[in-house]
Ligand binder design. Structure first.
Ligand code: ZN
Length: 390
């Protein structure tokens, strides 16, 4: 997308650390207004990845939307909430980007601000991890105090050894601490035992690791950083946990507050998986029979619409994990009590508010197609939701 590429050099990562106020001043410039008018004519362009969190905020403003600041990430990037839809209750909450590598969900969340047609009030938090969205160089800059001049993962590893306290350097796994942050060269979620000594120095801290392969459009080498959180008792979790715990990262506190304020009747969390190009989604058992009946209707219509759009659904025999129960092809019920690790966004929303879907497009598919799958699921489910409250 041309306009994003043009804007990128203007808004370097250093701006990410400025306050939301400073950002507002920049976005109000006349240069910005001119670009806004050319963009509206390009609205039907292909969906492409966003280079940074800054460009996401610019795109939202450029399209004429204002946002509410609902918190701040540790780099002081504003966490933002955008209003869409109409004014009818119950409200709908849509969120993406808790795992920054799963970028199609973020772009879909931004697109839904304009594209979702409904009379219901809609609240969108397009990115729950601004730091991760802006990539591994930006994440490293938080510990280093400056943006590193690196072009690939090998250079990142070399820099981590040079500048950090090395905590683990064996086989393929490198973990260092730089300042207040941990950095790894690859994912370690569910690969290190809870309470393992090697992570003692990172308890209560974050570990960032880079996207690193070329086969996941939207998450190329260094393009995103994935945020892990080491709990005080040494368990490695991530930003889609902690929804039911007092000790929660700022990003989670912010979305939890949105849910409490809005009391949504329907929520969506836009994710992706790395296991192929196929599509699936998950739901949760509901508190009431009516909620569960409508949840099944929404899921059934949504998965049929995605399939009709040409998506490859998860195979009949596929299971995303042993804490899932299959409802129909491509749709699973997730049981968080079997999984452990506390509640994620959709677990929490289901336990407290009502039907909630986690959408999982396959990251090995074409980027634009993945974005469209998210749009299809949300629009289809919302149209059934409207029937319920007609
Ligand atoms: Zn995810």
């Amino acid at each position: 997308m041309k306009f994003v590429a043009k804007l990128q050099p203007r808004f370097s990562t250093s701006i990410n650390r400025r306050s939301a106020l400073g950002l507002g001043l920049i976005l109000g410039s006349s240069v910005f207004q001119k670009r806004a008018s050319s963009q509206s004519a390009q609205r039907d362009d292909a969906f492409v990845p966003l280079p940074s969190y800054q460009s996401l905020l610019e795109m939202i403003r450029q399209r004429g939307h204002s946002f509410r600041v609902i918190g701040a990430a540790p780099d002081l990037s504003p966490l933002v909430l955008v209003k869409a839809g109409g004014s009818k209750k119950p409200s709908i909450v849509i969120s993406g980007g808790a795992h920054a590598t799963e970028h199609a969900g973020v772009v879909a969340a931004v697109e839904l601000i304009d594209r979702l047609k409904t009379d219901h009030e809609v609240w969108i938090v397009p990115s729950r991890d601004p730091i991760g969205l802006s990539g591994f160089r930006h994440a490293l800059s938080l510990g280093l105090g400056e943006s590193p001049n690196i072009t690939n993962v090998e250079e990142a590893e070399q820099l981590m050894r040079e500048k950090g306290e090395v905590l683990v350097d064996r086989d393929d796994l490198l973990i260092v601490r730089i300042g207040e942050y941990g950095y790894a060269n690859r994912g370690l979620y569910r690969k290190i035992d809870k309470g393992a000594k090697i992570l003692d120095a990172l308890r209560g801290r974050r570990i960032y690791f880079p996207s690193r392969t070329d086969d996941l459009p939207g998450a190329g080498p260094l393009e995103r950083a994935y945020t892990l959180i080491v709990t005080l008792d040494g368990e490695v979790l991530h930003l889609n946990r902690f929804h039911d715990t007092l000790w929660a990262p700022a990003e989670v506190q912010a979305i939890r507050k949105v849910l409490a304020d809005v009391q949504p009747g329907l929520t969506f969390d836009l994710h992706e998986h790395e296991r192929g190009g196929f599509f699936w989604m998950s739901a949760r058992r509901q508190r009431t029979e009516q909620d569960e009946i409508w949840e099944r209707r929404m899921a059934h219509a949504a998965i049929a619409a995605v399939a009709a759009g040409g998506a490859e659904l998860a195979a009949d025999a596929y299971s995303p994990g042993d804490f899932f129960e299959r409802l129909e092809r491509g749709v699973y019920w997730l049981d968080p009590s079997k999984r452990g690790e506390g509640l994620n966004f959709a677990d929490f929303a289901s336990a407290k508010y009502g039907p909630s879907f986690t959408i999982e497009s396959g990251m090995k598919g074409p980027f634009e197609q993945r974005v469209r799958q998210h749009l299809t699921v949300v629009q289809t489910a919302v149209s059934i939701f409207e029937e319920r409250f007609a």
